[in-house]
Write a new protein. Structure first.
Length: 321
């Protein structure tokens, strides 16, 4: 959980820090230093809002636990987090190249209008979006124990590293390709999303809400394979294996716990978990290729082809004899 918290906090915090840093930089270049304090006000309000949302989530989850329905709410959070994490990867893939240009245009518009409220609202919405998403992801990876994740070494380390990278980037002390950074972290985010997806499916199958095409004699989903002797997915499974067989697994359950949290590893997955795990990657990669470079290339080709026809039609020197 610590590494998941670290990666999510690093990614979300750095994204917010970079955008706020761009706003402050553009304000300096556009002679709008007097607005910088209002940007800080917006950031402060967003942090307070994010913390209150985290506390509200904790209260809601505790309330659901009282009625014994918290497991369904947690599964819903898992699936919603899969959608949000996937959207995060696709959004940054699309926006990493044009982020600075779009941000400068928005800041210029706000300065032209001379609106202090625009500076506060703009910075507030940027940070609060990242903050609420982080709270949502923390609820998914912790099973609802948000307070524990907020105070973990992983979350704190991710925030500190994001601040260091952001400062180094804007001070010119470190040249970093934001596009490469978001692509690399995007791959890890995809693994986390795929892991949450199969964990949610597994929980629903354990509850009997979802069946399986491959069931055992007891009518419950049967595993495609069971490699607990190789690497248990939890240290509790390791203890049970040692108690039942008198032998130790090849790899510790602590390592299996990390692999399960980070990459969606399971020692005994169902058919549906295996299929949907790989379908997720195929779907996301296919979507990026179809609506990313491929779509742009087609549009550029059509635009060039249309331009050529217009030039040939209007320029008499290019007509064939």
């Amino acid at each position: 959980m610590d590494f998941q918290a670290f990666l999510i906090t690093l990614r979300e915090s750095l994204e917010a820090i970079l955008i706020v840093g761009l706003i402050l930089s553009f304000l300096t270049r556009l002679n709008g230093k007097k607005y910088r304090k209002w940007v800080i006000v917006g950031v402060g309000l967003a942090l307070v809002t994010s913390y209150l949302v985290a506390m509200l989530f904790q209260v809601v989850l505790t309330g659901f636990a009282t009625y014994g329905a918290d497991i369904y709410f947690r599964v819903a959070i898992m699936f919603a987090s899969v959608i949000l994490l996937t959207h995060m990867v696709m959004f940054m893939k699309k926006q990493s190249n044009s982020l600075q240009g779009e941000m400068k245009t928005k800041i210029q518009t706000a300065l032209t209008a001379g609106s202090i409220s625009s500076m506060i609202i703009h910075s507030y919405l940027i940070v609060v979006r990242e903050g609420i998403e982080t709270v949502f992801f923390f609820a998914a990876i912790s099973g609802g124990d948000i307070q524990n994740v907020l105070t973990s070494y992983g979350a704190l380390s991710g925030l500190i590293l994001a601040l260091i990278i952001g400062y180094a980037f804007f001070s010119g002390a470190m040249k970093i390709s934001l596009k490469a950074f978001f692509q690399i972290t995007g791959v890890f985010i995809m693994f986390i999303a795929a892991g949450l997806l199969v964990q949610g499916i597994g929980v629903l199958q354990d509850l009997g809400v979802v069946g399986s095409v491959y069931e055992g004699a007891d009518g419950k989903p049967a595993p495609v394979y069971n490699i607990v002797e190789f690497m248990p997915e939890h240290y509790i499974d390791e203890v049970q294996y040692e108690r039942n067989t008198g032998e130790s697994p090849l790899i510790s359950g602590q390592v299996g716990l990390f692999m399960a949290a980070m990459f969606g590893y399971s020692q005994n997955p169902s058919v549906e978990q295996v299929v949907f795990y790989w379908l997720y990657f195929a779907g996301v990669i296919g979507w990026i290729k179809m609506f990313g470079k491929g779509r742009v290339s087609i549009l550029q080709f059509k635009r060039k082809k249309t331009t050529k026809k217009v030039v040939q039609h209007t320029n008499p020197l290019m007509k064939t004899r």
